[in-house]
Write a protein that binds this ligand. Structure first.
Ligand code: ADP
Length: 476
């Protein structure tokens, strides 16, 4: 099976969120399962630099622009980079400028990505043609529409990593997209008078996946569907919507060989994890004390992630004697809230604003509890890392969090399936009760250790996801 992923991020070269982790790991796992898998991305500067020995396969004209298709390799995977320098040669985020303003020509930048993705199925690279074109998130949504317009020379899969980012653009741009006029309608990629790249992916793909089974069900409901719930319900009814859980890249996220940790450890020598905790407490200016439970947050700071709830319950957490450390960037109010708390309680609250890959590994290795109280969470990766690192995730029961963490209730402890703490309502009271349960379990060190061993034995390898995608492709 020949498979082409079409997307806009690739870990470790260019990352704004979990999408990059997926595209950075899934292709290699699929290749290991016997599929011929390649990746197409725009030639953003970080990607150009990371795939240095690329050569031109073909020149193309797309939507009145002239570009080149480059061929290279990264970590053993063939990477196609499509280059039109005045559209893609921009440093930093692929989506917005340094002042966080989305680029005005994003409609064109990502339409051409879709156009090239579809053209690959018609032989843009004369030496290789995909059977399946697998597009990711709104950035690649138009791929499925261009494929449909061409009479579907390949089957398409569209994966939703986050439905809240939709790629909405003014209908003024329609003539530039060169798609059939009748595609712009309710049963097409029109969304309340605008063009929706997300809806193009949902409507025109042969199959839609999301990154966890629970999120696939949740997005058929108004509370999670962003107005797309009708379309998503119809896809579900026709067996065209499913959820495949993300995995974890073991080469990076594994406490037995993680070079970022002060001390490496495994589920049989968990005592060594404490040394990482001491280092983290020191680095964050917290009181160094292994007896105090250390909570952590590693996250984008957006309302999705529910971190306003953490700020609300913070006084109570500190009152009970806990510590908290945060690594995050985003919403200015949340940033200010955590900075203020760390100024007020320096021995108990440590905050670092910004994006630091290595530090995120040290935090997840050193903390006792990782909090992910999201309002919605398509899959969530940090709780999976926490599970591998013997750090107990404390999560809200939604999306991939619900699919991966099992509450340490008495029944679950007794059945040997407890792996963290789970609460229901997106409310401070719900979060507070889960934190209380964490303190209670913390006061019983042998039970805590038992849950750590249990969670570290779970299998979140990409092999499982690669096999699930393989059987989906074969069915298509
Ligand atoms: P999302 O894609 O919604 O941001 P995920 O949990 O799926 O959430 O993926 C987030 C990824 O980004 C994880 O790999 C996480 O470790 C990483 N991450 C988030 N915030 C930071 C940060 N401030 N510094 C380093 N890594 C971060």
């Amino acid at each position: 099976m020949q498979v082409l992923h079409v997307c806009s991020e690739l870990f470790p070269l260019l990352k704004t969120g979990g999408l990059a982790d997926v595209v950075g790991a899934l292709p290699a796992a699929q290749i290991a399962e016997g599929d011929d898998v390649r990746v197409l991305l725009p030639a953003f500067p970080d990607l150009r630099k990371g795939v240095p020995d690329s050569w031109v396969v073909k020149e193309f004209d797309a939507l009145s622009r002239h570009g080149v298709l480059l061929y290279g390799r990264f970590n053993g995977v063939v990477i196609y980079l499509m280059d039109i320098p005045d559209l893609y040669d921009r440093h930093g985020s692929p989506y917005h400028d340094q002042d966080q303003f989305a680029y005005m020509d994003n409609y064109l930048r990502f339409a051409i990505l879709g156009w090239v993705g579809a053209e690959m199925a018609s032989g843009l690279d004369p030496a290789w043609r995909p059977d399946i074109v697998h597009a990711h998130d709104w950035h690649a949504g138009l791929t499925c529409a261009y494929l449909a317009a061409k009479g579907r020379p390949a089957k398409s899969v569209f994966t939703v990593h986050n439905l809240s980012y939709q790629g909405l653009f003014s209908a003024h741009h329609l003539p530039e997209l060169a798609l059939p006029d009748d595609f712009f309608q309710t049963y097409g990629y029109e969304f309340y008078g605008q063009i929706s790249y997300m809806k193009a992916g949902l409507f025109y793909a042969d199959h839609v996946t999301t990154v966890s089974p629970t999120y696939a069900r949740e997005i058929t409901q108004p509370a999670y569907g962003y107005g797309m719930e009708g379309l998503l319900t119809s896809l579900q009814t026709h067996g065209r919507l499913s959820g495949i859980l993300n995995g974890v890249d073991d080469a990076i996220w594994n406490p037995t060989h993680d070079a970022m940790l002060a001390t490496r450890y495994n589920r049989d020598v968990l005592e060594a994890k404490v040394n990482n905790k001491r280092h983290l407490q020191t680095a964050m200016g917290l009181t160094v004390d292994e007896k105090v439970p250390l909570f952590a947050v590693v996250s984008r700071l957006t309302s999705q992630k529910g971190l306003d709830l953490v700020l609300e319950v913070l006084p109570d957490l500190l009152e009970q004697g806990g510590q908290i450390t945060l690594l995050g960037a985003g919403d200015a109010t949340l940033e200010q809230g955590f900075l203020a708390a760390s100024a007020e309680y320096p021995s108990q609250v440590g905050g670092q604003l910004g994006y630091h890959e290595a530090f995120s590994q040290r935090i997840i290795g050193g903390a006792d509890v990782l909090m992910v109280p999201s309002r919605f969470e398509p899959c969530g990766l940090t709780q999976l890392y926490a599970l591998k690192y013997g750090t107990l995730p404390l999560v809200r029961r939604t999306g991939g969090l619900a699919d991966t963490v099992t509450d340490s209730s008495l029944e679950n402890l007794s059945d040997g399936v407890a792996s963290g703490f789970v609460f229901e309502d997106a409310s401070a009271a719900g979060l507070q009760r889960a934190i209380r349960r964490a303190f209670v379990l913390w006061s019983r060190p042998s039970l805590w250790r038992y849950v750590q061993r249990q969670e570290m034995g779970l299998d979140f390898s990409w092999r499982v996801a690669a096999k699930a995608y393989q059987s989906l492709y074969q069915r298509l």
